[in-house]
Design a protein around this ligand. Structure first.
Ligand SMILES: Cc1ncc(COP(=O)(O)O)c(C=O)c1O
Length: 483
C-alpha cells in the first residue's frame, strides 16, 4: 500500500486570490453596484413577482466546480435581488427603515479582506480600539459619563438580550422563576424574546398599559410592581422606550429613571429606533432622562442609516457588562493592561468581524453633520405627512384618522367609515394598504393598536426626501377614494 508521505501533498492555491485577481472580481461587480445605486429612485419599492420560483432556484446541490464570476454576479443582480422589498430605496417606508450607507460596504470589504478579529484587543489593537472609540462617541451622544462602555451586536434584538442578561446577573436577587420585568404594552417583541432567552418565565414579563400617546403609564407600572412584591415576585428590571416601533412613542424616561431608582430596578432603554435622534434638539427634549438608564440599545442600522447587521448595547457603567459577560479560556492570550481591555470580556462573542469599522468609516469620511441633518429632515417630513393627512381628512366623507401626533418619524393612520363594524373597518384598511402599495412607489406596513388595524408611514431612510413623501401622500389620496 502506498504511504501518504509528505511528497504526495499537493497545495491547492485556488482560493489565494492575488491582489490583481481581487481587483478583477471587484471590477466585475462594480458595474452592477453602480447601476443599482444610480437607479434606486426608479426601482420599484417592492416586487414579489416570481418570488417562490426565485427562492426555489437557489436550492441547488453543492457545486463541485466553480462558475464564471460574471455569470454569478449577473444572476445575483438580475434574478435574485430584484425580488422582494427594496429596503435601500427611498420608497421603503415600512417597519423601521435605514437605507444602508454604501460606505459601510467599503469598510466591510476592508474588514473581511484583512480578516482581523477584535474580540481580543491584542489581535488588532487599532481595530478593537476603533470600536471602543465609536462606542465612546455613542456614549457622548446619549449623555453617558466616562464610566460607560458597550459593544456592537448584529442588531437590536441581540443587544436587548445582552441587556436583560446583564440586568438579571447584576440586579436580580433571588430566584429567576420569581423575577419580573416591566415594559410597555407597545414593546417590540424582541423584549419578550430576550427575556425568554435570558431564562425568565414568559408570564413574568409585565406589559404595562399606555396613555393616549402610546407612552407607558408609569402610575400603572408602580401599581403592578407593588402588587407583584406583595405576591412574592422579585421585580428586577424596567425596559423603557425611546421610539416604539408601532407609533414612535417615547416613554417619559426621566420618570422611569426615578421609579427605577426608588425601587432599585435596572432600567434599560430600547432606543433601537429612536436613539440617534439624540443628535437633534427635538430628540434630546423628548428623551430627557435617557442618560440615567443603566443600559441602552441603539441600532445604527436604523437611525444612523447603516446597512443591516449593526446594533449596539451601551451601559452607563461598563463594569456591569464585564460582570455579566466575563469568562475566559486558558488558550486565550492574556488581556491587555489598564487602559485597554478585551471586547470579549464585556460581550457574548469571541471571534467576530470588526463591526465598528463600518460605523467609523462613514462618520470619518463625512463627520456627523449629514447624519444630524437627515434626522432633522425626517422629523420635519413626518410632521408634514401628518398635516397633509389631516387636510385630506377634511376633504373626505369618511374619517381619515391620524392616530397620534408624531413624536419621532412614524405616522399611523386608518380610514373609518360610518356604519361599519370594527372588523369591517379593519378589512377596509387592509384593502387600503394594498391599494396604496400597488403603485410600488412606496411600501407601507401595518400594525395593530388596541386590536385595530392601522397603517404606518415610517420615514427614516436617508434616501427618503420630500418628493417621495409627496408620492406617498398622493397614493394615499388616490387609494382612499378608490376603496
Ligand atoms: C423599537 C425596536 N426595538 C427592537 C427592535 C429589534 O431590532 P433588530 O430588528 O435590529 O433586531 C426593533 C426593530 O425594528 C425596534 O423597532
Amino acid at each position: 500500500m502506498e504511504s501518504n508521505t509528505s511528497q504526495n501533498v499537493t497545495a491547492d492555491r485556488t482560493l489565494e486570490l492575488s491582489g490583481a485577481q481581487m481587483q478583477q472580481l471587484i471590477d466585475l461587480v462594480m458595474p452592477h453596484l453602480r447601476a443599482f445605486l444610480d437607479s434606486l429612485a426608479e426601482q420599484p419599492a417592492w416586487s414579489f413577482d416570481g418570488a417562490a420560483a426565485v427562492a426555489r432556484s437557489v436550492m441547488e446541490p453543492l457545486p463541485t466546480a466553480g462558475t464564471d464570476p460574471a455569470i454569478v454576479f449577473r444572476r445575483l443582480f438580475e434574478e435574485l435581488l430584484p425580488v422582494g422589498v427594496n429596503t435601500a430605496g427611498p420608497g421603503y417606508l415600512a417597519y423601521v427603515p435605514g437605507g444602508g450607507v454604501p460606505h459601510a460596504a467599503i469598510a466591510d470589504l476592508i474588514a473581511a479582506t484583512v480578516n482581523r478579529f477584535v474580540g481580543l484587543w491584542n489581535g488588532a489593537p487599532g481595530l478593537a480600539q476603533l470600536e471602543v472609540a465609536v462606542l465612546r462617541w455613542f456614549s457622548d451622544i446619549v449623555g453617558y459619563p466616562a464610566s460607560a462602555g458597550g459593544f456592537f451586536t448584529s442588531g437590536g434584538s441581540l443587544s436587548i438580550w445582552s441587556a436583560i442578561v446583564t440586568a438579571r446577573r447584576c440586579g436580580l436577587r433571588g430566584e429567576l422563576s420569581r423575577g419580573t420585568l416591566y415594559t410597555s404594552h407597545q414593546a417590540h417583541h424582541s423584549v419578550a424574546k430576550a427575556a425568554m432567552f435570558a431564562g425568565l418565565p414568559p408570564e413574568n414579563v409585565r406589559l404595562v398599559p399606555v396613555d393616549s400617546a402610546y407612552r407607558v403609564r408609569v402610575d400603572a407600572m408602580i401599581e403592578l410592581i407593588q402588587h407583584d412584591r406583595r405576591d412574592g415576585f422579585v421585580p428586577f428590571a424596567i425596559v423603557g422606550h425611546a421610539g416604539t416601533t408601532n407609533t414612535g412613542a417615547v416613554d417619559d424616561l426621566a420618570e422611569l429613571a426615578d421609579l427605577a431608582a426608588a425601587e432599585n430596578l435596572w432600567l434599560h432603554v430600547d432606543a433601537a429606533y429612536g436613539g440617534f435622534f439624540m443628535l437633534t434638539e427635538r430628540g434630546r427634549g423628548l428623551m430627557r432622562g435617557i442618560e440615567r438608564a443603566d443600559s441602552i440599545t441603539l441600532d445604527p442600522h436604523k437611525g444612523l442609516f447603516l446597512p443591516y447587521g449593526t446594533g449596539c448595547l451601551l451601559a452607563r457603567d461598563q463594569n456591569h457588562l464585564r460582570q455579566a459577560h466575563q469568562l475566559r479560556g486558558e488558550y486565550l492570550m492574556p488581556g491587555p493592561e489598564e487602559e485597554f481591555f478585551d471586547l470579549s470580556d464585556i460581550s457574548p462573542e469571541l471571534t467576530r468581524a470588526a463591526r465598528g469599522l463600518r460605523v467609523w468609516l462613514p462618520l470619518m469620511l463625512h463627520g456627523v453633520e449629514p447624519f444630524r441633518n437627515n434626522l432633522e429632515e425626517k422629523l420635519d417630513l413626518t410632521v408634514f405627512a401628518a398635516e397633509q393627512l389631516r387636510l385630506l381628512d377634511e376633504e373626505l366623507d369618511d374619517h381619515l384618522e391620524v392616530i397620534t401626533d408624531p413624536q419621532l418619524t412614524v405616522v399611523a393612520f386608518r380610514l373609518v367609515r360610518a356604519g361599519l363594524t370594527d372588523e369591517q373597518i379593519d378589512d377596509l384598511n387592509i384593502g387600503l394598504r394594498d391599494v396604496i402599495n400597488a403603485s410600488r412607489r412606496v411600501l407601507l406596513t401595518p400594525t395593530r393598536l388596541h386590536g385595530r388595524y392601522v397603517i404606518r408611514i415610517c420615514i427614516l431612510s436617508f434616501r427618503t426626501h420630500r418628493d417621495r413623501v409627496e408620492d406617498c401622500l398622493e397614493e394615499i389620496r388616490r387609494a382612499v377614494r378608490e376603496v
